[in-house]
Ligand binder design. Sequence first.
Ligand code: 13P
Length: 249
Amino acid sequence: MRKKIIAGNWKMNYTINEAYDFVSSIKDLINTNEVDVVICPNHVALERVYDLIEGTNIKLGAQNVYFEDKGAYTGETSVNMLVSAGVKYCIIGHSERRKYFNETDEMVNKKAKKLLEKSIIPIICVGETLEQREKNEHFDFVSTQVKGALKEISENDVSNNIVIAYEPIWAIGTGVSATASQAEEMCKFIRDEVAKLYSQEIAQNIRIQYGGSVKPSTASEILNKEDIDGALVGGASLTNDFVAIVHYE
Ligand code: 13P
């Protein structure tokens, strides 16, 4: 039985103090064992948030990492640095990073491997544009992203140590969520792709989230779908709506 995982991607929001205040106000309300809860603040707020959630069931996630160990890479953050801040999950390949920072499938794959070396769970984001969906190219596109991201990653890691987040670009920050059946259709497609690449057993273990305008009013229908194992929440993770999403029924 796959445990649901609900992660909040704060994107570039909240200063250190704002992060502290917000997490202080919700942490007791989202400290549950029913689902895995992950909070992904910006890098400068990581450590402060970790101090607050240490010893709870809430896990810390980062929003990006670089795939080199150390050295002259101005502005970048290594996996070891994330480990030292208490990070357990890291979002990679978010469509905003692909769009604004030219992140490619090859880079996503390198980042995933580097994170796995240090036991941080990559949350690998995939998802199509509206144009691709309208041209019926969305399955091929997402399949390429999944294959690129998982290249040479072991069966054990795919089975136990990776999360995939299906985030259709047209649903991110638009207020227009994919319907639960559109989300389920693609998450099932991704699971079938993993079955083809690895095995049916591994495909049944991997957790696949949906992300894109998830709100308290849509969370239950989405999260009760068979192949949707959680949510990657953007805007709603910055407010008390996140509490309601974590406690969806
Ligand atoms: P919204 O929930 O704001 O649409 O963002 C989704 C997202 O990009 C999470 O990574």
